[in-house]
Design a protein around this ligand. Sequence first.
Ligand code: EPZ
Length: 423
Amino acid sequence: MRSSFVDKFFIHGGNRLNGTIEIQTSKNAVLPILSASIMASSPVTIEKVPDILDCDNMLRILDKLGAKINVANSNVTIDPRTIGDIKIDCKLSRTMRSSVFLLGAMLARFDNACISMPGGCNIGNRPIDIHIDAFKKLGVRVEQEGDEIHFRVEKFCPTKIKLKIPSVGATENIIEFACLRRGKTTILNPAREPEIVDLCNFLASMGAKIYGAGSKKITIYGVDRLDGIRYKPISDRIVAGTIMCATAMCGGDVTLLNAIPEHNHSLIKKLIKMGCQIKSNSDIIHIRSDSRLNSISKLSTGYYPKFPTDLQSMILALSTTASGRTSIKENIFSNRFNTANELKSLCANIDIISSSNVIVNGVKELHGSEVNSQDLRGGASLVLAGLVAKGETIVNNVHYIDRGYEYLENSLSKLGADIKRIR
Ligand code: EPZ
């Protein structure tokens, strides 16, 4: 992904969206799968890795650990046999949260790992206490020195772990660590996202014994080795949801290929309620939007399969021009309404009640202005607002958007939007 801090999007609002678009592979499936690939006893090939900054950074981290990496037409082959270092590059791990997903795989393979407090989008505090508690229960010694945290396996003890929050990353770390350690480990209250299921499918294809992925209880029977395979991860439900929301907002008729409807069940229900027509089969979603949307009056984010926090910003943008009032409650992250103030400079009518609740009163028209992305999904929602705003909108800091969307401007202009990247 070619992206820099000065890149911005220049958008001329008012176009409808029409056409067909293929949805990229899921960032949040590929990142833990790339992490888990270091546990293989032979090379692993992951197909259609999206060309986004977070994947670039993950591959840089694996490269700095000593893995041999080859990229050919977005297929990435990782030979983990040359990995020697146990220290996850501090600077890189500060750039993104998903570096923390390497811990389970590193401990499984090397009994040791060292990480600096992980970074990521500024959507609220991003503790890793649940990860640390789980590792301690599994027999790992954890010591913090400055902003570095050292993990060392003292004596693996397979056990039952009940997560106080169904943390995606913590679930992935436990699965990665336990699947290559003899014994039965059980996770109660695990995360149930499709990306968890995909990680478990990937590991099972390599020889792991994992049962119950996607349910409220996951059981892992550790094995001695995992063999390298070729694997194609699922498509990105948040990117698909973003394109659906863009079509709903702009009006139009768009077909999404390589999109999995049941991964977006809760969004599809909301968009139909707002007035969209949506039809789908196993891997295609067709959405039409002909008139001004009705508000859904309230939205509350929750753990999968409830409404995903990662699409909250898109519904926030949609609500700014829907007819009526919408109350949005963010229950997962403590600071995911950064974008509300940016939307207000496009003349959206938003009352910020608290850091977890806003009230939106839909207006007939937004007006273009210069706005600043402050996080990945918030940045995408500013683009959606710019697509309908009267006149020109400039969206700054698109490097945030480039973390998770493969050239979003190309996808949208292919559908008829007037948007271009300015360097
Ligand atoms: C994953 O982040 C995703 N990232 C996020 O997507 C997504 O929003 C999030 O899951 C929730 O679905 C990736 O998969 C790379 P969590 P993760 O642990 O694992 C609290 C995007 O836009 N928590 O499920 O970091 C935490 O603060 C990104 O693609 C603790 O308190 O999320 C949050 O409130 C943004 N202690 C809640 O749990 C911990 O040790 C859920 O976090 C861990 C988490």
